[in-house]
Design a protein around this ligand. Structure first.
Ligand SMILES: Nc1ncnc2c1ncn2[C@@H]1O[C@H](COP(=O)(O)OP(=O)(O)OP(=O)(O)O)[C@@H](O)[C@H]1O
Ligand SMILES: [Mg+2]
Length: 271
């Protein structure tokens, strides 16, 4: 059982997603070592870190797909661990990969998601049409999921996350596998959605962070090593680095001498 399930967490005004002291242990190793996440409406938080850093594990915990070893999770003021059904209504989640029934067509799958979200009749149809339009799936709506290209699978996953117009969006590598045009479109969509919602997205594309995120959080070996604006992150690169400055900072934060890193990044780490 997770500890602290009944703990009341302090939630400041405007904060839609609050997770504190989040930990996940698999066997004897910690994948996530006590991270805090506070995301307000209007914030798009880019979750960065090398492969295996603990991004997806953290996202699975805040969406209730994985039970935390310790920590508290509050979504739109609802405690996820004590009121999971109510809390799960508050967010849309695009998981890593693209889970869906392979033989269903895009519109069948979206109708299924609408029904699962409790919509029926014309409201369900309107919801499905709304997300098909918003994510531009008109051209593939009658194709079965298994025959879709990687990019359209990802877009269908994004469409299901938007079905109930949630206040919180948790998107695990939303632009993974998209071509440059689709990346551009999806980034515009996320920026637009983020204006009045709390969005957490993970990505390995650092230019995406500059393009869509209001805040960047870098995790390494399950711990937060940077939390600040993309501009603050970029400014950590030495002056002589003129190209790919974000990539340089990412490498500084996630490889090499940890003692030097701590000294360098203590200022940037907000808790
Ligand atoms: N169910 C599981 N059982 C055991 N170990 C797991 C499990 N899920 C994740 N892990 C481990 O937890 C660590 C964090 O994995 P996670 O998938 O969260 O990383 P990530 O930051 O999302 O990486 P990527 O960028 O590759 O998607 C890894 O060491 C991974 O092997
Ligand atoms: Mg992942």
């Amino acid at each position: 059982m997770a500890k602290d399930t009944g703990t009341t967490t302090h939630v400041a005004a405007g904060e839609l997603l609050v997770a504190t002291g989040l930990q996940k242990r698999f066997g004897t190793t910690y994948a996530v070592r006590g991270i805090d996440l506070r995301v307000k409406a209007g914030e798009v938080l880019g979750f960065l870190g090398p492969n295996g850093a603990g991004k997806s594990t953290s996202m699975r915990m805040v969406t209730g797909y994985l039970e935390p070893t310790a920590g508290t999770i509050t979504l739109c003021g609802v405690n996820l661990l004590t009121h999971p059904i109510e809390a799960k209504r508050t967010f849309g989640y695009l998981p890593e990969g693209a889970p869906a029934y392979p033989e269903m067509t895009v519109e069948e799958f979206l109708a299924f998601v609408a029904a699962a979200r409790g919509y029926s009749g014309s409201e369900a149809r309107d919801r499905v049409e709304g997300v098909i339009e918003r994510v531009h799936l008109q051209g593939v709506r009658r194709k079965s999921f298994e025959t879709l290209s990687k990019g359209y699978k990802r877009r269908t996953g994004l469409a299901q996350a938007l079905m109930h117009d949630p206040r919180i969006l948790i998107l695990d590598e939303p632009t993974d596998g998209l071509d440059p045009n689709q990346k551009h479109e999806v980034r515009e969509l996320i920026r637009d959605l983020g204006k009045d919602r709390a969005v957490v997205l993970s990505t390995h594309i650092l230019e995406e962070v500059e393009a869509v995120c209001t805040r960047a959080m870098v995790i390494n070996h399950g711990s937060v090593v940077f939390d600040g604006t993309p501009a603050e992150m970029e400014s950590k690169a030495p002056a002589h680095i003129t190209k790919n400055r974000m990539d340089h900072v990412f490498r500084m934060l996630t490889t090499g001498d940890r003692a030097t890193l701590h000294a360098k990044h203590a200022k940037g780490a907000r808790r």
